[in-house]
Write a protein that binds this ligand. Structure first.
Ligand SMILES: Cc1cc2nc3c(=O)[nH]c(=O)nc-3n(C[C@H](O)[C@H](O)[C@H](O)COP(=O)(O)OP(=O)(O)OC[C@H]3O[C@@H](n4cnc5c(N)ncnc54)[C@H](O)[C@@H]3O)c2cc1C
Length: 491
C-alpha cells in the first residue's frame, strides 16, 4: 500500500531516495532547509563568473548511468558530459608536473620516464584495481550493511582473500612503485575520499581504476547540472519539494516516527528518511532516548576533512593551466598529520585548483578565468578572516610560482568558504565537507546504520552512512534505503 514518505534534505542521496520511493508508488515530499535542492552541489554566479561550490570531480560515470537507467533514462537525457584530457595535472615540489592523460599508453610512457618498470607495474596495479572496482560496485556498494552476514557468501569471501582488500593502500601501492611522485599520484584518491593512505584499506585502489581508466569528466554547465538532472527526474516522478523548511524535530508517537516539525508546525508521515547530516539528525532532531549513537560515539569518529575554499574571478587567462591541478609541492605526510593526527591549520598545505573556464568558457567573461581553490583541512578548527587571508596569499603565491605567471593583481572577484559555512548551510558536524573518513573501521557495516534502532520507520541516507562520501555513493545510498524500505514493508 502506498505510504506518505517525508525525506529530510534534498542532497543527492535524499533526491535519489525520493526518486526510488516515488517509483515504488509512494507519495514523497522532500523538505529542505535551504532555498534550493542539491545539498553540497550548489553553484553561484557573480560579476560574469560561475562557480560550482562543492564537488568538482565527476568520476565513475557508469554509476550515474546506472542510476538514470533504473528510471529508463540515459545520463545524456539530463546533461552532457565531456571527458577531460588531461584528467588533471600534478605539480611537484621540484617544479615538474605530470599530466594524467586520457590515453593510458601516454600515461604509461610518462610514468616510465619517472621510474623504470613503472609502465608494466601500472598494468598489473590497474588490473587488480579493476577487480576491486567490479567487486565493490557490483557487490559491496549496494549492501544495506545492517549485518556482517550480508558479506558471507563464498565468491565474496574468496575475493576478499585474493585481493588483499584490508591491507593499507599506502603499503599496497609501494609493492608496485618506489618513486614518491607516482606513489602520491596513486594515493591522491584516498585523500579525496577523506582518509590517510596509511589508514585507508587497499580496497579503495578501486578509485585509481576509476581515475585512470574511467576518467575525469565534466558536465556542461558545471556539476550543478547533476543536481538539476536528478531534481528534474524526481519532479517528473511526482516527488514534491518544500524549500526553506528546516526540520526542528522528528516527531515520535507510539514507538514510531509520526512526521517532522518545521517552524513549529507538524507534518505527518508514515515513513521518515533523513538525508541531513547524520550527526545533526541523530543528536539534534531526535528526542532523548531515540538516537542511534551517543555523543561519545560521534566524538570518536574520524571525520574526513573540512575544506577552506576560494572562488576567484580573474580578468586574465592563465596559460597552460588545465581544468584540474593538484599542488603536491609540499609534504604529504605533514599535511595528512595536520588533518588526522594533530588537527591544526597546516604550515604548507596540499591543495587543488579547478579552473572550469578552461573547458567551459561560459563560466568566465572573455579573456578571464574562473578559479576554485580547495585546501583540505581538519574539521573543528577555529576559522576566522585573518586565517583565511593568510592561506589565500600563501596559495596564490605558490600557484604563481608554479605556473610561472602572476595574476594576483588580476583578481576581480573573490569569495571564501570553510567550516562556519558548512555548519550554517548544511548542519555539518564539526564543519565536515565529506562526512566520515574511509578507514577500515568506518567502512561497510562499521558505518552508522541506515535504520534507527528504536523507531522502525525512521531511515538514514547520505554520505555519513553506507556506502560513503562522494556523488556516486550518495546516489547509491538513496537506492539502498529505498530498497530497504521496500523489503521492510513486505515483511
Ligand atoms: C567541497 C566539497 C568537494 C567535494 N568534491 C567532490 C568531488 O569532487 N566529487 C564527488 O563525487 N564528491 C565530492 N564531494 C562529496 C559530495 O558532494 C557529497 O558526498 C555528496 O554531495 C553528499 O550528498 P548527501 O546527500 O549525503 O548530503 P548533502 O549534500 O549534505 O545533503 C543534505 C541536505 O540536508 C539538508 N539539511 C540539513 N539539515 C536539515 C534540516 N534540519 N532540515 C531540512 N534539511 C536539512 C541540507 O541543507 C542538504 O541540502 C565534495 C563535497 C564537498 C563539500
Amino acid at each position: 500500500m502506498p505510504k506518505h514518505v517525508i525525506v529530510i534534505g534534498s542532497g543527492l542521496a535524499g533526491m535519489s531516495a525520493a526518486a526510488y520511493l516515488s517509483k515504488q508508488n509512494h507519495q514523497v515530499t522532500v523538505v529542505e532547509k535551504n532555498s534550493t535542492y542539491g545539498g553540497r552541489l550548489q553553484q553561484f554566479s557573480s560579476n560574469g563568473f560561475t562557480f560550482d561550490m562543492g564537488p568538482s570531480w565527476y568520476w565513475m560515470p557508469d554509476l550515474f548511468d546506472s542510476f538514470f537507467s533504473d528510471f529508463n533514462y540515459k545520463t545524456e537525457n539530463f546533461y552532457t558530459l565531456k571527458r577531460l584530457d588531461p584528467g588533471y595535472r600534478i605539480y611537484y615540489g621540484d617544479h615538474t608536473h605530470l599530466d594524467i592523460s586520457e590515453n593510458l599508453n601516454k600515461l604509461k610512457n610518462d610514468l616510465e620516464n619517472i621510474e623504470h618498470g613503472s609502465s608494466a607495474a601500472l598494468e598489473y596495479y590497474i588490473k587488480d584495481a579493476q577487480e576491486k572496482y567490479t567487486l565493490a560496485t557490483l557487490k559491496f556498494m549496494h549492501k544495506a550493511s545492517l549485518s556482517p552476514l550480508e558479506y558471507l557468501h563464498t565468491d565474496l569471501l574468496t575475493k576478499l582473500g585474493q585481493l588483499n582488500l584490508f591491507k593499507p593502500i599506502s603499503k599496497h601501492i609501494r609493492e608496485y612503485f618506489k618513486n614518491e611522485k607516482i606513489i602520491h599520484m596513486l594515493e591522491f584518491p584516498s585523500l579525496l575520499l577523506g582518509g590517510k593512505p596509511r589508514d585507508t584499506p587497499a580496497l579503495y585502489s578501486l578509485m585509481n581504476y576509476a581515475d585512470i581508466v574511467l576518467g575525469t569528466w565534466y558536465p556542461k554547465g558545471g556539476i550543478r547540472s547533476v543536481a538539476d538532472g536528478i531534481y528534474n527526474l524526481a519532479c517528473d516522478l511526482g516527488v514534491k519539494f518544500n524549500f526553506n523548511s528546516p526540520v526542528e524535530e522528528i516527531l515520535v508517537e507510539y514507538g514510531r516516527s509520526s512526521g517532522v516539525k518545521i517552524n513549529g508546525e507538524q507534518f505527518l508521515a508514515d515513513i521518515v528518511v533523513a538525508n541531513a547530516d547524520y550527526h545533526h539528525v541523530d543528536q539534534n532532531l531526535l528526542q532523548n532516548g531515540y538516537s542511534n549513537y551517543s555523543h561519545e560515539y560521534w566524538e570518536k569518529r574520524i571525520m574526513s576533512p573540512s575544506s577552506l575554499m576560494f572562488y576567484i574571478g580573474l580578468n586574465k587567462s592563465i596559460n597552460d593551466l588545465p581544468h584540474h591541478s593538484l599542488f603536491f609541492d609540499s609534504s604529504f605526510a605533514e599535511h595528512t598529520e595536520n588533518i588526522y593526527d594533530e588537527p591544526k591549520w597546516p604550515k604548507k598545505p596540499l591543495f587543488y585548483v579547478s579552473c572550469t573556464s578552461k573547458s567551459d568558457p561560459n563560466t568566465a567573461p572573455k579573456d578571464g578565468d574562473a578559479m576554485f581553490i580547495l585546501i583540505p583541512v581538519a574539521t573543528g578548527l577555529e576559522d576566522n578572516e585573518a586565517t583565511r587571508e593568510k592561506y589565500f596569499n600563501h596559495v596564490i603565491d605558490r600557484i604563481e610560482k608554479m605556473v610561472k605567471q602572476s595574476f594576483k593583481n588580476n583578481i576581480v572577484f573573490k569569495k571564501s568558504y570553510a567550516h562556519r559555512e558548512f555548519l550554517a548551510d548544511y548542519n555539518a558536524y564539526k564543519g565536515n565537507a565529506y562526512g566520515l573518513a574511509n578507514t577500515l573501521f568506518q567502512t561497510a557495516f562499521f558505518r552508522p546504520k541506515i535504520k534507527n534502532r528504536y523507531l522502525k520507520n525512521l531511515y538514514y541516507t547520505g554520505q555519513l552512512t553506507v556506502p560513503g562520501p562522494g556523488m556516486p555513493p550518495a546516489l547509491v545510498s538513496g537506492k539502498i534505503v529505498a530498497n530497504q524500505i521496500k523489503e521492510d514493508l513486505n515483511e
